[in-house]
Design a protein around this ligand. Sequence first.
Ligand code: FRU
Length: 320
Amino acid sequence: MHIVCVGAVYIDTILNVPKYPIEDQKLRATGHARRRGGNCANTLEVLSQLINPQDNDATRKGNLHLLAVLPNEKSAATNFIRDSICKVTIESCIFRPEHNEAASSYILQNTQNHSRTIISHNPLPEMTVSEFTEKAAQVAQREDGGETWYHFEGRVPETTLQCVEYLRSAPEQRGVKISVECEKPEREGMSEVAKLADVVFYSRLWADANGYDDPRKFLESRIPDALPGAILCCTWGEGGAVAVQKKHDGKHQWAKVTAWKPDTGSFEVVDTIGAGDTFISGMLFALNHHRTDWTLERTLSFANELAGRKVLQDGFAGLG
Ligand code: FRU
């Protein structure tokens, strides 16, 4: 199975702050880091470790593909991004030759309550539908009959909807699996995309904005709109996560997990940036590699543990 993740790549500048600043105040950071981010790139970085845990050969690419808009192929920013996900194919990316800067995020990581406040800027023109269909047709041709899974971060809902409609109707894309993320409530149109997906990842923020304070009740409200057989998940931070698979006979299968904690009992949250992206890696890995031998409960608890382990460490290395 080839997994193509469609989304953006950011260069994150992370400042650890002892408390959230007051406007117009000066505040000293206790730490500073610069690393590659972006939901899809984060997901792929973790997936590459899960799929090839023993493989240290950086030149051997797995079946993982990034489909994102990047700056000029020769720019320092693109080199930095390429090096950060060396086991992921970036051949399907759309390069903007006239741009040398990547999208960037400035993140305040509050050591007191572990909130991460993200302010981002993306100077790169977003992917168009025709750019996507051209790349997806190339993937289909290259992989010739191989199974492909498309995961969409869903940056521009109207574009994402047309991309998904293309995948659902084009003869060369027969049999592709589609997952989508409904993370930011302001991207309302993503609910139309969710109706066509095999797997939907809802955030707590999304459920909140739709008036739900309980993940199961929220997912129950989404079942009527989902495809038969679709899996819907909702992560709830320290409240764990819930997933449901819609069954044809109405006897939907539910799974619920509490937030993962290490056996030692004591633990310290270190870095919550990309925990949701890591959860998605866990789900995509299990749904691809253990489709037949893992229950929904086991799949969910694997993804939940992976995301839990991620917040105890800086960045994404060593999660495989
Ligand atoms: C984390 C993240 C960061 C990035 C931001 C983009 O989920 O992908 O790495 O800067 O979100 O929204």
